[in-house]
Design a protein around this ligand. Structure first.
Ligand code: GLU
Length: 359
């Protein structure tokens, strides 16, 4: 009897050991993914259950991870709270902190990728900024949601699942930061929020989407052929918020005068991005003010408010004569970022133009 009990005990111990070993092996084989949270609707709660209103950045990174237990099948996760804000208040300070943390983490052998949770309002800007200054080919994936965590059919959990699966996928390496929402994968340079509330708000209107997620698996449709990450010459190592040059955006419309440009120049602006009509155009008054600014050494970049297409040199505006830079495929909000990083290196309009061709 005694022998039977002790052999049952031994069996139980052996079984527990085997199970523990199996779990340990499974965890060991899974990629290590860091989740860096910045806030946004994905971490937002409705202000009242019946209310359309909600507050971004209510839940912490650990709440987000815990809400999706399936994530533990895909990766070993650990979270860090970088900020907890609505991304309409995203700023250079958070960008520099986020970029520095990405660089530190991705340099570690035991980190395979990063997921950043972020509000959708400025997600494309953060993604593009990181594509220029993160010095690693490991996957960085930005996820958000269009519906707060407490809403009916919240999209945050599925977007987070897709984000983690993507960050854990070796095929995502070398593509630069990716944005994933609504089962659709976008390259940082292409992604653009184009609808106020719909789930398919992100589009890649110029070069098209990077791929799709299908039941947790990634299908890539195209390569990212523009310079990014390890092929980028930009760096924010050691930079403080005030080291980033002051670059402003001027939105063009019928009857625009030159006074806004003049005011910016009087405030010491180093670069102006014109969010122009059509092919990067604007009124004669604004053009004259921009020409004056360029003559005083302000870098002037022409982009288009249409939301897609190329603004090339010397089409309706004589960039050679006026000393302007063509924004090529970049939206004004992304052109501001490239111009800021470009101006941290050079004031030469020719070199700045080259950046707009390559990045
Ligand atoms: N304003 C919010 C944000 O960007 C709403 C957008 C969102 O997260 O979907 O944080």
């Amino acid at each position: 009897m005694k022998t039977k009990t002790s052999s049952m005990k031994t069996n139980k111990i052996l079984l527990s050991l085997t199970l523990a070993l199996t779990f340990a092996q499974a965890a060991w084989a899974l990629p290590n993914i860091k989740v860096l949270a910045t806030g946004g609707t994905i971490a937002g709660a409705q202000t009242a259950q019946s209310d359309a209103g909600y507050k971004s950045g209510t839940f912490s990174v650990n709440d987000l991870i815990k809400a999706v237990p399936q994530l533990t099948n895909v990766a070993v996760l650990s979270g860090e709270q970088i900020a907890n804000i609505g991304s309409q208040t995203m700023n250079h300070e958070v960008w520099l902190k986020l970029a520095a943390r990405c660089n530190e983490l991705l340099a570690q052998k035991d980190v395979d990728g990063i997921v950043i949770t972020h509000g959708t309002d400025t997600m494309e800007e953060t993604a593009y900024f990181l594509s220029l200054v993160v010095k690693s080919d490991k996957p960085v994936v930005l996820v958000g949601s269009m519906r707060p965590a407490t809403a009916i059919s919240a999209d945050g959990p599925i977007n987070l699942c897709n984000g983690v699966a993507l960050a854990a996928n070796p095929e995502a390496k070398g593509r630069g930061p990716l944005v994933v929402l609504n089962d659709t994968i976008h390259y940082a340079r292409e992604a653009q929020k184009m609808h106020t509330t719909r789930m398919d708000t992100f589009q890649s209107p110029n070069r098209g989407i990077a791929g799709m997620m299908n039941t947790g698996k990634a299908f890539f449709y195209s390569m990212n052929t523009t310079r990014h990450n390890t092929k980028s010459e930009f760096s924010v190592a050691g930079l403080k918020t005030n080291d980033l040059p002051y670059v402003a955006i001027v939105y063009s419309h019928a009857n625009l005068g030159g006074e806004m440009v003049d005011f910016l120049v009087s405030q010491g602006v180093k670069g102006i991005v014109l969010d122009g009509v059509g092919d990067g155009n604007t009124t004669d008054a604004a053009l004259a003010a921009l020409e004056k600014a360029a003559k005083q050494g302000v870098a002037v970049v022409r982009c288009s408010r249409t939301g897609s297409g190329v603004v090339d040199r010397n089409v309706e505006v004589n960039d050679d004569k006026l000393g302007f830079i063509a924004g090529m495929e970049l939206s004004a909000q992304k052109a501001r970022i490239l111009l800021m990083l470009g101006l941290a290196k050079t004031n030469d309009p020719k070199q700045l133009q080259q950046y707009f061709v390559e990045y």
